[in-house]
Design a protein around this ligand. Structure first.
Ligand SMILES: Cc1cc2nc3c(=O)[nH]c(=O)nc-3n(C[C@H](O)[C@H](O)[C@H](O)COP(=O)(O)O)c2cc1C
Length: 178
């Protein structure tokens, strides 16, 4: 199967990226193909509210570095999204990226993806593991995908006091289980 990953951290030593990489390693061991987008290295426009997707029943028509993404997503059975927590929230560029999924709902608010995909979210924060105040923010973010014919595979939130290796192992096992 094919897996599309969209990485949100700008950091070389990013924990959320490492979780995705371990997930990909586990998946690759079973012969799965992985396509990776690094949001910090891309030009991703905000939704222009042009309405083309709803009017013409099409994926997003904007011409930027997300060209090719929706095709990859459609070919994939799994989407992985990652983000650092910045100011209590998902990092800005990953919210801009998520906004572009407006095109995956038709004008009657039905999902346009025919095949159900699995979506995984890997997040890292400075606050301790299980910090309750942030949970609704991660859940909201994932819900923007699960309302578009994607099922939640797993959400991992590595805290500032977490055993990072244990999180990396959990991500690896999740990838290997595909
Ligand atoms: C601009 C900025 C804002 C941050 N705000 C928060 C925050 O509000 N809460 C928090 O728990 N951690 C915060 N952090 C810490 C990061 O979430 C933490 O370093 C995390 O590991 C980053 O993810 P990464 O390792 O995948 O890059 C912030 C870091 C930066 C650079």
């Amino acid at each position: 199967m094919k897996i599309t990953m969209v990485l949100g951290s700008p950091r070389e030593d990013s924990i959320s990226t490492k979780m995705a990489e371990r997930f990909a390693e586990g998946a690759a061991e079973n012969g799965h193909e992985v396509v990776t987008y690094k949001i910090n290295e891309m030009e991703v426009l905000g939704c222009q509210a042009c309405g083309c997707c709803r009017k013409y029943d099409t994926d997003c028509v904007l011409e930027d570095d997300m060209e090719g993404y929706f095709e990859d997503l459609r070919d994939s059975e799994v989407l992985v999204v990652t983000s650092p927590n910045y100011y209590s929230q998902i990092v800005g560029p990953m919210i801009t990226f998520m906004n572009r999924h407006y095109c995956l709902m038709d004008k009657d608010k039905n999902p346009r993806l025919e095949d159900t995909k699995k979506v995984y979210g890997f997040f890292a924060q400075g606050a301790p593991e299980g910090f309750e105040r942030y949970m609704p923010n991660y859940e909201w973010y994932m819900s923007m995908f699960t309302t578009k014919n994607m099922e939640l595979g797993k959400m991992l939130i590595c805290g500032g006091n977490s055993d990072v290796d244990a999180f990396l192992e959990e991500a690896y096992q999740a990838g290997k289980a595909l």
